[in-house]
Design a binder for this molecule. Structure first.
Ligand SMILES: NC(=O)c1ccc[n+]([C@@H]2O[C@H](COP(=O)([O-])OP(=O)(O)OC[C@H]3O[C@@H](n4cnc5c(N)ncnc54)[C@H](OP(=O)(O)O)[C@@H]3O)[C@@H](O)[C@H]2O)c1
Length: 332
């Protein structure tokens, strides 16, 4: 089978399409023929190297850890799925960036990590949604649940996770301000429920946010990190919550917590979804929440951008250039 592997960290051109022998599934594993593979920012961080890992990962690495497909064979002892089932997975246990292997035509996956996909969810939607949706669900359903009267600011509102946060926050009744990199992304963010958008590369988003919400915003959902986190403190309403869930622009520097007292008492959360992914029962529960939100129309995933798996390097370059909105799926 063909897979995208790296033999060392670096720019997208370290990614190579190679022929690999896939062994039969082992005990507790199911073999899945991938039909749609997610591109996540985590894949870019693994490719670049030095982001999460204290110790270097053993090379070569097949990138990616989220996909949908069809079960084609079962290893000994598998009861969770049957051959022919349409399934998805998101991580295979432990951290999302570890034990990767999704950028491939096929993969052996621990059957306990597979979810059967309901008819209402296409393979592409599943691949586009699971990690990003689990992240959004953990934020709006478990860390800060927006309510009517709240104003929420979503940074990079047209990103894969951002569009889900915008829709869910709007569904819960909040006024939503989205920061975005360009006018087309502003249009897409508004189409997904943003009440206000700020072109944060052109305008001072702190001044704009204060103009829109003079009393401050009740929550900031921030996947951008370095470029936005510190400035976001200035936008907060007293007792607000800043959720930094990602570092697309780089790591947030250490925070002087005394700054949190300047607005009564601000709260800061830094979630990682690996905790959710580490428990198959909880994973299936949150995946169910997510699929229900799609089936009931709370979340739409209209803007899925696709690339052939063989062009994964181009997809990474485009993601790093922030040239598109919404989720990206690779097609084997
Ligand atoms: N905590 C967790 O467990 C978890 C789970 C999933 C994802 N994440 C993180 O969440 C973040 C967003 O993920 P995503 O899937 O939504 O990503 P995405 O769709 O690729 O969007 C990332 C967006 O970030 C903005 N951005 C700002 N500075 C950037 C830079 N230097 N390089 C690239 N993009 C930059 C861009 O939007 P604009 O053009 O609008 O600025 C870009 O479109 C990533 O950092 C990812 O690692 C964390």
């Amino acid at each position: 089978m063909k897979a995208i592997r790296i033999h060392g960290h670096g720019a997208p051109d370290v990614m190579r399409l190679e022929d690999i022998e896939l062994p039969p599934p082992g005990p507790g594993e199911a073999q899945v023929r991938h039909t749609a593979i997610a591109l996540n920012f985590s894949d870019i961080n693994v490719r670049r190297g030095g982001f999460y890992q204290k110790d270097p990962l053993p090379m070569p690495i097949i990138l990616g850890n989220e996909a949908a497909g069809i079960v084609t064979a079962l290893g000994p002892g598998v009861t969770e799925v049957a051959a022919g089932d349409r399934v998805g997975y998101c991580g295979v246990g432990s951290n999302f960036w570890a034990r990767t292997g999704a950028y491939a035509e096929e993969r052996n996956v621990p059957a306990a990590r597979l979810v059967k996909l309901p008819d209402a969810i296409s393979d592409r939607q599943a691949a586009a949604l699971m990690l990003k949706g689990l992240t959004a669900a953990s934020i709006v359903n478990r860390i800060f649940r927006p309510k009517p009267g709240d104003t929420v600011m979503v940074h990079a509102a047209a990103s894969g996770v951002g569009l889900l946060l915008v829709q869910w926050s709007k569904h819960y009744g909040a006024t939503v301000i989205g920061t975005v990199g360009n006018a087309e992304k502003a249009r897409i963010a508004k189409d997904h429920g943003c009440d206000h958008t700020i072109l944060y590369r052109e305008a001072d988003f702190v001044a704009e946010a204060k103009r829109i919400a003079p009393g401050g915003v009740n929550a900031v959902f921030d996947g951008v990190g370095l470029d936005t986190f510190e400035k976001s403190l200035d936008c907060m309403a007293p007792f607000g919550m800043i959720v930094n869930y990602g570092n697309a622009s780089g790591h947030v520097p250490p925070l002087d917590i005394l700054k949190l007292s300047l607005k009564g008492s601000l709260s800061v959360s830094r979630p990682g979804v690996s905790q959710f992914l580490g428990d198959p029962v909880r994973f299936r529960q949150v995946a169910g929440e997510l699929f229900d939100a799609v089936a009931s129309g709370i979340l739409k995933t209209t803007a899925i951008r696709t690339y052939p798996l063989a062009d994964a390097a181009t997809a990474h370059r485009d993601a790093e250039a922030a040239s598109h909105a919404g989720p990206v799926v690779l097609l084997p």
